[in-house]
Ligand binder design. Structure first.
Ligand code: HEC
Ligand code: HEC
Length: 401
């Protein structure tokens, strides 16, 4: 690689060769450093940017247009409108013939079950019931899934069926056909024929209780490209509607419809005034809300290892007479509340506040802090040994004299 420091050396060599004029106009000589030390390259009219930009079009290699065959090889998706679903059975890229006619690709629920039991059930369980560590393919329920997302506190969902499966979650059956065709069985993808894929798709839809034209899919049901279009999945309305519509007014209308439908999006009510009192009770204020958020978060939160944005070695504050381990424990477990007036905790350094606390005697203060008192969580949510915890209290008291 060409190193920037060598520019000067190169310049003097080229000078000797009478080539420096060339270099002076080339990007190398005009490189500049930006504030963060990155190189800037000239673009045009005295402007600079982070990448080298060539001004002569002949430097580009635009390649060639993809051929129809290449596009076909990549264009594999199966769409909700049925585009991409195969009409015929294919073997080695050619339609399979039957009595001189191309054989229509189709498969029954019954055949699908046989295929599924042989090739899929060892991972996905019988009837798609899961339980073997691989995705569960059946058994969810769209209503309970909605409840879980929208108002679990008012109306607990049935946890057995509030899960995302093909039947409860997938908006279109075309995805199922496509997914199986391209990627399953996991260990031997693309080995199923089109008819086998229709059969397994039919079996999985039937295991999910999906109806076609209002009727359950029984064993004899045969799925093919033609009747595929009649499948309506239960969660088809559970996703954002089309907003980028031809008629520019239709998109926002679709969105409004979704947002105002309580069975899909929410209860249709938003708290617009006095929300904290409504949620937490009379007389509660934003401080109560903040405290609740902090208390809720502290035991679970993944604290960043560092919020330091430079690569400086962190300097440990060593204050005379203070054990740095204790000071660090304070910073980790207590400072979020005890260095912050808004929480309502006696703040470190506030001698009056701590004098009040200590009126009841140090032993009671220890006990209160260990067991928790009002908004002070037991042990401040730390899991330190009791002696280390008490040492932090002594440290706070010492800092607050
Ligand atoms: C060796 C184990 C294995 C076998 C056999 C297998 N699968 Fe899968 N299947 C998986 C794994 C693993 C995933 C998850 C893949 C991922 O998320 O990247 C999966 C995902 C799926 C999904 C998507 C589930 C979802 O909700 O996202 C479907 C549908 C599916 N498989 C169908 C089948 C069918 C049909 C067969 C038989 C033709 C089959 N699988 C055979 C392991 C297997
Ligand atoms: C979630 C916030 C929060 C955290 C974290 C927290 N405290 Fe507190 N602490 C409080 C509040 C609020 C009070 C005041 C309680 C009251 O008297 O109403 C308090 C009170 C105390 C008291 C006085 C108890 C008394 O008898 O009045 C001590 C001592 C104390 N905390 C120590 C600690 C130590 C040590 C830690 C860290 C290991 C810690 N706290 C972490 C909120 C917190």
């Amino acid at each position: 690689m060409f190193k920037l420091e060598n520019t000067k050396k190169l310049n003097s060599i080229l000078l000797g060769l009478g080539l420096s004029a060339l270099l002076a106009t080339s990007l190398v000589a005009k490189n500049e450093m930006s504030v963060d030390g990155a190189v800037k390259y000239p673009i045009q009219e005295g402007k600079y940017g982070p990448y080298h930009v060539t001004s002569s079009a002949k430097d580009y290699n635009n390649g060639r247009a993809a051929t129809k065959k290449e596009i076909k090889a990549w264009n594999l998706d199966v769409r909700p409108d049925g585009e991409g679903l195969p009409l015929y059975d294919i073997e080695h890229g050619k339609p399979v013939m039957e009595d001189g006619e191309p054989k229509i690709a189709q498969g029954s629920v019954e055949w699908g079950e046989e295929l599924y039991d042989a090739q899929c059930s060892m991972c996905h369980g019988e009837f798609g019931a899961g339980g073997k560590g691989y995705p569960t393919l059946a058994g969810g329920d769209v209503k309970n899934l909605h409840i879980q997302r929208l108002n679990p506190a008012d109306n607990p969902p049935n946890p057995d069926v509030a899960k995302k499966t093909i039947g409860s979650y997938w908006p279109y059956a075309s995805t199922l056909y496509w997914y199986i065709q391209e990627s399953m069985p996991f260990t031997a993808p693309k080995t199923l024929t089109n008819s086998e894929t229709y059969a397994i798709t039919a079996f999985l839809l039937s295991s999910n209780g999906i109806k076609v034209d209002g009727e359950e899919m029984d064993e004899e049901f045969v799925l093919n490209k033609e009747n595929f279009a009649k499948i309506v999945m239960p969660n088809v309305d559970g996703f954002y509607p089309e907003v980028d519509t031809k008629d520019p007014h239709q998109g926002p209308k679709n969105m409004q419809k979704l947002l105002s439908d309580p069975t899909i999006y929410g209860k249709g009510t938003r708290c617009m005034s006095n929300c904290i009192e409504k949620q937490f009770g009379k007389g509660k204020t934003v401080e109560d809300l903040l405290l609740k958020i902090k208390v809720d978060l502290i035991p679970n939160v993944n604290e960043p290892l560092s919020t330091e944005r430079s690569w400086k070695e962190p300097v440990k504050a060593v204050v005379a007479g203070v054990d740095p381990v204790i000071a660090e424990n304070y910073a980790t477990y207590c400072s979020a509340c005890h260095s912050n007036k808004a929480i309502g905790a006696p703040v470190i350094g506030d001698s009056d506040a701590w004098a009040d606390v200590l009126e009841k005697g140090i032993e009671e203060v220890y006990t209160n802090a260990i067991n928790g008192i009002n908004a002070m969580p037991p042990m401040g949510t730390s899991t330190l040994p009791e002696d280390d915890f008490k040492a932090i209290i002594d440290y706070i008291i010492n800092e607050s004299k």
